[in-house]
Design a protein around this ligand. Structure first.
Ligand SMILES: [Mn+2]
Length: 321
């Protein structure tokens, strides 16, 4: 799925005539949603536009180095500001925007745009979707070129952070020739690939690594489906004093063995929910379909679900209750 010229022209026109925008990251911001929002914010500011970046959840500590990350605001401010025009970045569905708990299904924006590479749902008034892009950052890169906005070193850094994050260091099958072309151009603009890789990948704490050990010790492979799975309980996360950054990456790491068709990591959430994260590296496997079966969603290579539940385990077996 790729956005039509008409939609792109409409977005260009809207950005031309409107001066004040809210840029909204998805829940639990990652480097793609945040890098895309910050890059767009920096780019539009250079054209004299007023932009504010919002996120419903705090920024993970390994992303606070991104230019302007300290200026990301919470949803309380979003409510006070009464923006007319909002663009959400990297949100696969309306729920991902985090707006529902604040506004229910009736958001207050008269112009609501979504720029994304997942393409599950056309929930905004204008949906700029490219499912062939590795990341939303790759789409924003193309949009900035189209709008003749100069890509500064800061913008390049934000966009490359998004690309590195979503391609899992250029390892995922969503990495294309276009991704490498964008990357090389962003590096030419001053983004430091080495430094970014270090900041994004070296983000674990000591207790976090110990938790990884526990989780990896209980990895199982389904004999029929080839799904490699593991789980983390809330008690273990709390006892280790771990943050969500510490657990980040386990789901991808489970795919490291070649016989894995897909991986599933189950995490007990604070609110009593059980979160499932599916990942696959195989082009023919679509984990979004499996996640949908459990009431969730996502894209072909990374998808997830949540439902109320807890894990009960004894020695070698475990079940969801
Ligand atoms: Mn993304």
């Amino acid at each position: 799925m790729q956005t039509s010229e008409i939609a792109l022209n409409r977005l260009e026109h809207l950005l031309d005539i409107k001066d004040d925008l809210a840029l909204i990251c998805h829940k639990k911001p990652d480097s793609d949603t945040l890098g895309s929002a910050l890059a767009l914010s920096l780019g539009l500011s250079s054209c004299g536009k007023k932009t504010s970046v919002y996120a419903s959840d705090p920024i993970p500590r390994n992303l606070t180095f991104l230019p302007l990350a300290e200026q990301v605001r919470c949803f309380k401010t979003l409510k006070q500001k009464r923006h007319e025009f909002a663009v959400c970045l990297d949100c696969g569905d309306y729920g991902q925007t985090g707006l529902r708990p604040v506004y229910e299904d009736k958001h207050p924006f008269s112009i609501f745009v979504n720029v994304d590479h997942h393409g599950n749902e056309d929930f905004a008034d204008l949906n700029i979707i490219d499912t062939r892009a590795s990341s939303t950052a790759e789409i924003i890169y193309a949009l900035l070129l189209r709008f003749n906005i100069e890509i500064t070193k800061e913008i390049a850094t934000c966009l490359l952070a998004g690309i590195i994050g979503d391609t899992d260091n250029f390892k995922n099958p969503n990495t294309t020739l276009k991704t490498y072309k964008a990357t090389s151009s962003l590096m030419r603009k001053g983004a430091n690939l080495n430094k970014l890789g270090k900041s994004l990948n070296r983000n674990k704490s000591f207790s976090g690594l110990k938790l990884w050990g526990k989780v990896l010790a209980r990895v199982k492979k389904h004999p029929e489906f080839g799904i490699v799975s593991a789980f983390i309980t809330r008690k273990e996360i709390d006892e280790a004093g771990c943050l969500s950054d510490d657990i980040e990456g386990i789901a991808n790491f489970l795919n490291s063995i070649p016989e894995a068709k897909a991986s599933l990591l189950l995490t007990e959430e604070k609110n009593g929910d059980l979160k499932g994260s599916f990942r696959t590296l195989l082009p023919e496997v679509d984990v979004a379909k499996i996640a949908k079966f459990f009431g969730g969603g996502g894209h072909r290579k990374a998808a997830g679900f949540t439902f109320p539940g807890r894990i009960v385990f004894k020695e070698n077996s475990w079940k969801i209750v």
